[in-house]
Design a protein around this ligand. Sequence first.
Ligand SMILES: [Mg+2]
Length: 118
Amino acid sequence: MATVLVVDDSSFMRMRCVSTVKELGYDTVEAGDGAEAIQTYKDQKPAAVLMDITMPGTDGLQALKEIMAFDGNARVAMVTAMGQQSMVMEAMKSGAKDFVVKPFEPDRVKAALTKLLA
Ligand SMILES: [Mg+2]
């Protein structure tokens, strides 16, 4: 079963996302900030990444760019709050394949993972 890296600085959001992803049948690994996400990606090479944009320190955009530089075939979807259109645009230009707006429905996460892993 494919492993999905779930990145969010909010432990509540991360837990919610992890349980949704697990219910869809995927394995998960977690990271609580961008730097940890980059390291975990390099260590574990997950099949897909769900990445929060707003995080202290290395944010999701920076982590996305570093992951894409490490692996041009990385499959990353951004998890965003309302009103982050400009950051979503930059993320899509930087290689993100999809985005999910919080609060998300499980079906939306499922659609994003299906698209990433197709
Ligand atoms: Mg956040």
